[in-house]
Design a protein around this ligand. Sequence first.
Ligand SMILES: [Zn+2]
Length: 220
Amino acid sequence: MNASHHPSDDLLWSYAAGSLDEPSSILIATHLSLCPACRAVVAKAEGMGGELFENSGTADIDAGSLDAVLARLDETEEAPRIALETVGEEAESVSVPRPLKDYLPGSIPSLSWRWLGPGVHYTAIKTEARGPKVGLLRIAPGTKVPMHGHSGNEMTMVLAGGYTDATGNYQRGDVEAADDGLVHQPVADAGEECLCLVVTEGELQPTGMIAKVLQPFFRF
Ligand SMILES: [Zn+2]
């Protein structure tokens, strides 16, 4: 099944240039393992970067794109790259794409899950770099995640099950990017636990009564 919600081209281009932070790169690489369309965008962006190195000044692209590529080429030092491989099967119900699996110390059920609220558990994924936090969120079928806003950007990618919020329905492979303007209340689809990879900048900001009670638990 192909994903229907994709990362922005801007993110894909940053990934291609190697200028994305490590937590975001994990999410993008995981999405790419499942999404041929975005792999094509990244391949094209990487091709353009290569072309610029080979034929500086003669690359047949418009000035805006050229500026964008050059700006990103400047940022490539020390940027983490995550090997992109095809989906690896795991001996459990959830198939974990390779770029993510490499970061996990064990199988999904064996990770140390922290209770965040009724039906919601979280485990942090360790990365080398400072910056956004990355982790996995498990949401029991039909569970409403407390309404929350964001003090920074948040990216979510579904690995299993699905969820729905005001912006649409998200299934395996789908990516939702929320900025600090979005207040949302994701609801896990019925029937299957929803497993998501989440990259968060800043703190989530719970709103509403129940969310306020849970606020201490929202500090990933
Ligand atoms: Zn995609």
